[in-house]
Structures are given as structure tokens and as C-alpha cells.
Design a protein around this ligand. Structure first.
Ligand code: URA
Length: 235
């Protein structure tokens, strides 16, 4: 797909449109081996080769990132209190992409975070209507009961009287479980257990749809998703 050269280069982190214009004017940019001087020209990066100062530029319209979000980091693009955000953890090359998070995780929650500039994908992941299941691993302060499992299945009523959609609670041990939910209300998993007089001590999102968090990613690490992995979210 064809895009303006200045848009491509500023998205790729080469500065503002003005700075990119200067870069192009100075002869630093080639298209298919020819120096170009007009930063408003359109180029199709699927078929044309772009170099800046001899370095090949791989432009993609959409970027899809899987991150293992660490504790202490905010899952937003910016934070009014100056906390570090997941976007701050990314390489500078991603900074121009106008990325956002597909669903929020609390500051103390770890795990699978999808970061993309594809707004439609974000909507499909977070909309409860789409029924994409999010799986969380939880460690609780108190023993999980059979009654808890039944109540999760019926739909937990939160302290503000909101009735959650039916959720699966899968006990792993007395105080450990997987929870499967299709919606993402504020502090949802914590509030669901709170409604059962229990307390979440540790929370990690491990799966979205059929896409599991890559176990090789340490907290704070990330990688781009493969096309087949993006499909797995909705399978
Ligand atoms: N539920 C929570 O309580 N917190 C999260 O971060 C995600 C789901």
C-alpha cells in the first residue's frame, strides 16, 4: 500500500515531518536505489525499497506486539502521574506507530498484553459481544470453595451491583486458580473474588482467546506476533 514518504519515516522514528523533510532534502533517503528529494511523494513499501543513510527500512502499516507486562508498569500510552508505561518499554522504532493496548491490566498485574495500532483488532479483543476469553492465573489469600465455582458460573454480583457474565473458575490448588472471563471491567477478577470474601494476592493474564503468553518472554520482554498467532486470538 502506498503512503507518503514523510509519514512513513516519521512513523519509523526519524523525527517530525519537518525533520524528515530536511533529511530527504539532504539526500539521505533513497527509493529503489535512487536519491529522492520530495518528502511528500507516495511510495509503496510492499514493492519499493527504502533506505535511510544506507540502512534498509522495513515499514509496516500495522504492528502487533505481545508483551509480558511486568508489575509496576501502566498498561496505557501515557500516565498523568509519570509512571512507566508499556509503551516506554518498547524500542524507539515503535514510538511513532500510535500504539494502544488491547485491554488494561492493573499496575500490579503481570502477563499477556497485546499492543497494536490496529483499532479494529483492539475492539474485537475487548468487546464482550465478541466473547474472546481472557484467562488469568490467580493466587488467593483464602481457600477456594465449590460454592465459589458455582457462583462464578452463575455470574458474580459485584459490590456496585453489576452482575458479571458467567465465568469459569478452575481450581488448581486450595489457593490457586485459573479464571476465564469474556469482559474486562475495572479490577474485574479482584472484585469477583472480593465479592466472595476472598483476596487476590497475585494476578497474571496467561491467555487471550487461544493465544498463550510466550513462556520465553520474561516480564518486560516483548516480540511481534506472527500472522497465525493473531488468528489464534479469535479461534
Ligand atoms: N482483573 C483485575 O482485577 N485486574 C486486572 O489487571 C485484570 C483483570
Amino acid at each position: 500500500m502506498a503512503n507518503r514518504l514523510d509519514k512513513i519515516l516519521s512513523t519509523m522514528g526519524f523525527g517530525s515531518r519537518k525533520q524528515v523533510k530536511e533529511l530527504v532534502k539532504n539526500g539521505c533517503v533513497t527509493v529503489d536505489g535512487e536519491v529522492v528529494k520530495d518528502s511528500s511523494m507516495h511510495i509503496d513499501t510492499d514493492i519499493q525499497e527504502l533506505h535511510v543513510n544506507g540502512e534498509k527500512i522495513e515499514y509496516k502499516e500495522f504492528v502487533y506486539i505481545m508483551m509480558n507486562k511486568p508489575r509496576g508498569v501502566i498498561s496505557a500510552t501515557e500516565d498523568e502521574f509519570g509512571h512507566e508505561t508499556v509503551i516506554d518499554l518498547l524500542d524507539d522504532g515503535y514510538k511513532g506507530y500510535n500504539l494502544s493496548c488491547a485491554g488494561r491490566l492493573d499496575i500490579d498485574t503481570e502477563g499477556l498484553m497485546i499492543i497494536t495500532n490496529d483499532g479494529q483488532l483492539v475492539h474485537r479483543i475487548i468487546s464482550p459481544k465478541k466473547q474472546v476469553v481472557k484467562k488469568y492465573y490467580c493466587v488467593l489469600d483464602y481457600i477456594i470453595t465449590d460454592k465459589d465455582i458455582n457462583e462464578f458460573e452463575k455470574g458474580i454480583v459485584l459490590a456496585d451491583a453489576y452482575k458479571c457474565l458467567p465465568a469459569r473458575l478452575e481450581k488448581i490448588s486450595d489457593k490457586e486458580a485459573f479464571v476465564y472471563i469474556t469482559e474486562g471491567k475495572f479490577h474485574q477478577v479482584k472484585r469477583m473474588f472480593y465479592a466472595r470474601r476472598n483476596n487476590v494476592r497475585y494476578l497474571k493474564r496467561v491467555q487471550i482467546g487461544n493465544l498463550e503468553l510466550d513462556s520465553k518472554l520474561e516480564p518486560g520482554e516483548y516480540r511481534e506476533l506472527l500472522a497465525e498467532e493473531i488468528k489464534m486470538i479469535f479461534e
